[in-house]
Every structure is written in C-alpha cells, then in structure tokens.
Design a protein around this ligand. Structure first.
Ligand code: ZN
Length: 366
C-alpha cells in the first residue's frame, strides 16, 4: 500500500464570488476540503494524505500525523509539482491527485483507480457531457459532436515516477494532470467517472441546504354527534373533536410543526380563536396560508412524522386514506409522510376516549 493522495486546495477561486476562498467554505456541515480528507482517511488506502493550501493559518484543526499540510504555488500546476516534489522522499509507488473542489467522489472510485493502476501508468475518470458544446477559436465557432466530448474528473491516478518526470519537465499552465499525457500522446486508461462528482466552481454550487425541524402538539375533546376530521378527511366515528375549528388535531399539529421549523411562533398567533372568522372553519383552509408561506420562502418539506394518540378509531384502518389526503394537501409524495397510532393503555382522558391528541415532527429545507 504505497499510495499517496494529494488534495489541491490552494486555488484562487477566481470564479467563486466570495470573500472566503471556496475550499474553506462550509459544504454539508464541514469545510469543502475536509470531505476529500475524510474520505481518503476512511478508505485506508493511503500511507499519507497531502493537503496543499495557500494559507496554513486558516486551518485550525489538528490532523493526525498521516495528513500533511503544505503550502501550494501560484497556479494549480505549481501546487501539484510542489506536492509531488514533497512526497518524493517517501518513495511512493502510486499517487492520486485530486481537486478539493470535488467533494462528492466515492471510496469505490478510489479503489477502481488504484486497481486499474496495477496495469497502467495513468488512470483518469471521465464522464460524457450533458451539454452540447461549441468550440471557439478567435471569432469562429465550431460544433462539437457531444458523443466525442469527454469530461475529465479528479481524483486522477498515476505511477509516481511517471507523473513526477512529466510534471518536472512541464512548463505550461495545465488544469489537470491528464493533459500532460495527452500533450505527449502517452497512454491513458480512461475509466467511468461519477456524474455526481461535480466540481464546485460557483458560489451558487455551495448553496447550503439548511434544514430545520419543527415539533407540533395538539389535543381536543371528543363530543358525541360531531363529525370527526383527521388529516383533512372525515372519519366515521360516534364522536367528533370539539374546537373553534373542526378540531383536526393532525392538521393543527402539522401547522405548528411547520411554524416551529420556520421560527414563526404558533397556530394561535396566526389564527386567534377569538376571531369569528375562524369559527367552525375546516382546518384544511387554515393549512393553505401556511403552505403558501413555505412556498414563498422556497422551503420544501423533507418529511413529516405523525403520532396520533387515541384508543379509537384504530389508525391502521384509516392510515392510507389519511396519508393520501395529507399528501394532496401538502403537495408532497406519500413516501414522505409517516403516521403512527399510539394508545395510552386506557389511561386518562385519552384512554377513556374523551379526547384525541397528536404530535408531529417535520423537517424542511431551504
Ligand atoms: Zn387544535
């Protein structure tokens, strides 16, 4: 296992419109470059991992001794050469060179690269272009056949001696190591890359999908002769829920969980029950404005989990209908909704079938 992993994170982020260089920005809860380090460590495939950055003082973390942090050069190719020179003393056999801006590669890809390297000097992951590409020379445009357009990704894997000798002779500003082999018409083994292993280039690519959680709880008394509404539909039962509105505990709890996730107080603030406007209103009607707020803020629902707490009616009998109704009301897939029934061992008001309670937890994202 004489493998080394070089992570290039010293780019100047010219296309990245932010004060902070992109490699230090937080992506999925950690700095961008950290994803590559963590994956390389987890893979247990490498003797040393070399992180190349341009400002060591920005790294506050302490890494273990197999992770070495060095200062890069002006251009990407300078940094890559600095790293190769640096690891030369360790006498490596194989080296993978990777751009920190691609945090989403898999360990499976690392294994494939190293396996392929047993019979090749250079192994490069490629994917087909999804876009139709035009090629411009001065003021002339050329159509490229999409089938012939191949996009190279990183990590790229090399026999150390091979890439070292090529890099040391190179005086061009290249944007990946595969270019050195192509320039000299040397053999490359191309393997299938990963479509999701996209390069994070623009600030928008990093837009953190912030996720929020909210909790909701509600309880209403049961009253003989009233209609029972749960999750927006009528359920046949001898009693219904008493309340200012139709007493739909499921919808009320869902509303409170959404408001909670949006940090917007509670249902009582939005729909005061001293207002005649809301008297006997169907709860589905008061859910709509809340959905509108979610839509306006571009928030989407990841999932909701519901506990309906009652002895009767039995949730299992009505589960599918309630979930279907909620999926229509919330305009989300049924798969994102879970409904559990919970009895209370005949204890208290709920146990004596005098009330029904409900609790909901929801997750929403930007
Ligand atoms: Zn209520």
């Amino acid at each position: 296992m004489n493998n080394y992993f070089i992570i290039l994170a010293s780019g100047q982020s010219k296309r990245f419109n932010s004060k902070k260089q992109k490699q230090y920005n937080i992506y999925k809860n950690k700095p961008l470059f950290k994803h590559s380090i963590d994956k390389a460590v987890k893979s247990k495939l490498f003797k040393k991992i070399i992180l190349v950055i341009n400002n060591k003082s920005l790294i506050k973390e302490k890494f273990n001794k197999n992770i070495l942090i060095i200062k890069g050069g002006k251009e990407r190719s300078d940094s890559s050469l600095i790293a190769l020179k640096y690891i030369k003393n360790f006498k490596p056999k194989n080296v993978l060179i990777h751009d920190a801006a691609r945090p989403n590669f898999t360990i499976k890809l690392l294994k494939k690269l190293l396996n392929s390297l047993k019979h090749n000097k250079a192994v490069i992951p490629i994917i087909n272009s999804k876009d139709t590409i035009k090629y411009k020379i001065k003021n002339h445009f050329f159509n490229l056949n999409r089938k012939n357009v191949l996009l190279t990704q990183t990590p790229q894997a090399f026999d150390f001696k091979d890439i070292y000798n090529l890099s040391i002779k190179n005086n061009k500003n290249i944007t990946d190591e595969a270019a050195l082999y192509i320039e000299k018409n040397l053999n490359i083994k191309f393997i299938k890359g990963e479509n999701f292993n996209q390069k994070i280039t623009f600030k928008e690519d990093l837009k953190n999908n912030k996720t929020f959680y909210g909790i909701g709880f509600d309880i209403h008394r049961l009253e003989k002769g009233r209609k029972l509404f749960l999750g927006g539909i009528k359920i046949p039962f001898h009693s219904g829920l008493k309340g200012h509105s139709d007493g739909d505990v499921i919808i009320h709890s869902i509303i409170d969980s959404f408001l909670g996730a949006m940090r917007k107080k509670d249902i009582g603030t939005f729909f005061p029950d001293n207002k005649n406007k809301y008297k006997n209103i169907r709860s589905t009607k008061i859910l709509q404005p809340i959905i509108q707020i979610l839509n306006k803020k571009n928030l989407y629902i990841n999932n909701i989990d519901i506990n309906l707490i009652c002895e009767e009616p039995k949730v299992s009998k009505h589960r599918e209908k309630i979930i279907l109704s909620l999926s229509n009301l919330l305009n989300i897939d049924k798969e994102l909704i879970n409904l559990k029934g919970k009895t209370v061992e005949k204890l208290g008001l709920i146990g004596k079938e005098k009330a029904i309670a409900c609790e909901v937890i929801c997750s929403i994202s930007e």
